[in-house]
Design a protein around this ligand. Structure first.
Ligand SMILES: *Cc1c(COP(=O)(O)O)cnc(C)c1O
Length: 357
């Protein structure tokens, strides 16, 4: 069976050495030494100033919204995983959807200003498939209108934009380290900021607002992650260069072998100095063709995923606002299998099934 992705598991000895140390210390969570070591190593690997390791990528978005004290409307993208939208709703804010650019699949900056009202407080955009948003334009709009910017950078591990980690843009960026993501800690996530005030505040929010065992500065939540999850992260991190190299080869192979077919591919944003090869989406001519292709692939035990469907502006629990580009693309997009040990023979077979359908 070939799924869209497969979790990377480090060699047992590497992981078990960390487990032995955790057990010897009998310190399993609450800001332990491995959580600190992972934060330090991620800072240096990614070249970022500040980050907090959290228990998942959804709580990361919620903590970001909370830290910025947002109340009102948040302009967001309809083309992302549901957590981007549901986090806005969960924090009692209103998502206002702005359509996407058909080439990069990210929020279209040219359409943002017409959606701004006196209630607009922020822009929450996803760098879809690790492909950077129009960061400069979005920041200029935010500056002009006094809005905060949060990037859902769940897919962005390793992406570099204009020479800097893409996590270093916006007021806050968030990441997911879920097992299905490029870099993972089983479950996990992070927030990134360059701002001292926000960094301190998010640190408190992560830990119930504790400023001492008996004092609380704000109404926090439990966003902490454990020593076992940090151990997984530290082990996986040492393999990231080879994982990325492998995916780059696979990504380029798909691109080369499929280029003659009537498919649309993701256009990597100009200014991306390092793309992370996190996903390989293809956009078909119609949903009918997509369903037929999925059926043909499933017959060979190949299971691509419909990332991202449905278009989030059509969810039952949001106010519908037409986004014709996203509503047209979401039913026609498919992400092909891409992972560290997908073999060349398997990839050849995937390409063969796609080409014959
Ligand atoms: C995976 C994902 C999330 C949620 O992350 P979790 O760690 O699973 O909570 C949020 N946004 C996007 C775009 C994602 O792909």
């Amino acid at each position: 069976m070939i799924n869209v992705t497969k979790v990377f598991l480090p060699p047992k000895e590497q992981l078990y050495a960390y487990f032995d140390a955790i057990i010897a210390r009998a310190w399993v969570t609450n800001n332990g030494p491995l959580v600190n070591e992972l934060e330090l190593k991620l800072r240096s690997y990614l070249g970022v100033d500040k980050l907090l390791f959290l228990n998942n990528g959804t709580i990361a978005i919620q903590i970001a919204i909370k830290a910025l004290d947002l109340k009102g409307e948040i302009i967001t993208t309809p083309f992302s995983y549901v957590a981007t939208t549901s986090s806005i709703v969960w924090e009692s804010c209103t998502p206002v959807f702005v359509d996407i650019d058909p080439a990069t699949l990210n929020i279209n900056p040219e359409l943002i200003e017409q959606a701004i009202t006196p209630e607009t407080k922020a822009i929450l955009a996803t760098h879809v498939f690790g492909n950077p948003c129009a960061i400069d334009k979005i920041q200029a709009i935010a500056d002009r209108h006094g809005l905060k910017v949060i990037y859902d950078a769940a897919h962005c591990f390793g992406t570099v934009y204009r020479g800097k980690s893409v996590f270093s843009f916006g007021d806050i960026s968030t990441a997911s380290f879920h097992a299905t993501k490029l870099f993972h800690t089983t479950e996990g996530g992070a927030v990134f900021t360059n701002d001292d005030f926000l960094f301190r505040k998010m640190g408190l929010l992560r830990n119930f607002g504790h400023t001492s065992p008996v004092t609380f500065e704000n109404a926090g939540v439990n966003g902490k992650n454990s020593e076992f999850h940090a151990a997984m992260g530290l082990s996986v991190l040492t393999h990231m260069n080879s994982i990325t190299e492998k995916r780059k080869e696979q990504w380029l192979y798909y691109r080369e072998k499929l280029k003659q077919l009537p498919l649309q591919f993701l256009e990597i944003t100009e200014g991306t100095t390092n793309y992370n090869y996190s996903y390989f989406p293809i956009i078909l001519e119609s949903e009918e063709k997509l369903l037929k292709m999925v059926e043909a692939l499933n017959l060979q035990y190949i299971y691509p995923r419909r990332y991202f469907y449905p278009s989030l502006n059509t969810l039952d629990f949001v106010t519908h606002r037409p986004c014709p580009v996203s509503e047209s693309i979401a039913p026609r997009v498919l992400c092909l299998p891409l992972y560290h040990d997908l073999s060349f023979a398997e990839q050849e077979m995937i390409v063969r099934v796609i080409a014959s359908n």
